[in-house]
Design a protein around this ligand. Structure first.
Ligand code: GRG
Length: 303
């Protein structure tokens, strides 16, 4: 099962990489930008986006789309749009005004490799490119569905989603939060985009209401598990495996589920979230086994 999941992750990562390269342009064998892609801004966008990362959100879109036999071309476009939003959020999150990180994905963050202004613009441009990609023709997909994808991604990323969660997270630094407040921040900051990645597959596949709700439930528990695993890794992980600095939550005085529950209870909660995510898939048969394996992957991940 673990090997199956790893090969699926690899396969989906390669699919989404092709769409991203197509949108952002490739570099030649010497690492130099090809023809029209010579601008510094595109270089920074490519640096932050290509050949890196687990591609977990695109994996979720592509795998959910597989449940409904959605054509790969359209699903990959939607998956790449989500990854662009994710990469933009990482660039901005690493800036000195936010988390002030020098390393991400095992190499210098975008503002270190380029400069702050370029990093801000690369994030802005990736955010815009995501919607440009989603608005491109999707043969065989109803334009109403495309509109729903655009709407869903906008709400998952904006004030009621990731950006809103990030604001709450920054404001909360140094204060005591209760479990409910932490859950809300994490649901918005990290969960919203993960849930959206899964819903993309359901929307593209014209899922029934029951299927759609089941997948929303799966995404809810998976998103919470993903963030909790990240908080645990911040305490227990290896910097070399994670490719970034750890122990940042404690240093910033950030309340997390790990800091208020303790390590043991947090690990138990992670197991429960994994089981709850898998349970939500009960209405599906073996075709959802890879999504079930993904829930296990999230709670066992080392990076
Ligand atoms: C700047 C609007 C704005 C939002 C930032 C993404 C984010 C919101 C903050 C990142 C802080 C953080 C490390 C959150 C934990 C969950 C998370 C998003 C981890 C990084 O995602 P992975 O593990 O990264 O999927 P890769 O590199 O594999 O893509």
């Amino acid at each position: 099962m673990a090997m199956d999941l790893l090969s699926k992750l690899g396969e989906h990562a390669a699919t989404v990489e092709r769409v991203l390269v197509n949108a952002l342009g490739a570099t030649d064998s010497s690492g130099k930008a090809t023809f029209k892609m010579k601008s510094r801004l595109l270089e920074a966008m490519r640096y932050a986006t290509l050949d890196q990362g687990k591609r977990f959100r695109p994996f979720l879109t592509l795998e959910t789309a597989t449940l409904f036999n959605v054509g790969l071309h359209n699903a990959a476009k939607a998956a790449a749009a989500v990854e662009m939003i994710h990469c933009y959020s990482l660039i901005h999150d690493d800036l000195p005004a936010m988390d002030d990180d020098d390393m991400r994905r095992g190499r210098p963050t975008t503002h270190i490799a380029f400069d702050e202004a370029t990093a801000i613009l690369a994030g802005d441009a990736l955010l815009t490119s995501a919607f440009e990609l989603l608005a491109e023709p999707m043969p065989g997909i109803d334009t109403n569905v495309q509109l729903q994808l655009i709407h869903r991604l906008a709400s998952a990323s904006g004030v009621n989603g990731m950006a809103g969660g990030q604001m709450m997270d920054l404001l909360a630094e140094g204060s005591t939060l209760d479990r409910k407040q932490i859950d809300l921040i994490q649901e918005l900051k990290t969960g919203a985009l993960i849930q959206c990645s899964i819903e993309f597959g359901a929307l593209l596949g014209n899922a029934t209401t029951i299927q759609h709700h089941a997948l929303i439930g799966y995404g809810h528990f998976l998103g919470r598990a993903f963030q909790l695993a990240d908080d645990l890794l911040d305490v227990e992980g290896e910097e070399a495996e994670m490719g970034k600095a750890l122990g940042k939550d404690e240093a910033a005085g950030k309340a997390t589920l790990v800091s208020i529950l303790g390590l043991e209870a947090a690990r138990k909660l992670l197991d429960d979230l994994e089981s709850q995510a898998i349970e939500k898939l009960n209405i599906f048969g073996t075709e959802a086994d890879t999504l079930r394996a993904a829930a296990k992957f999230v709670s066992q991940r080392r990076n």
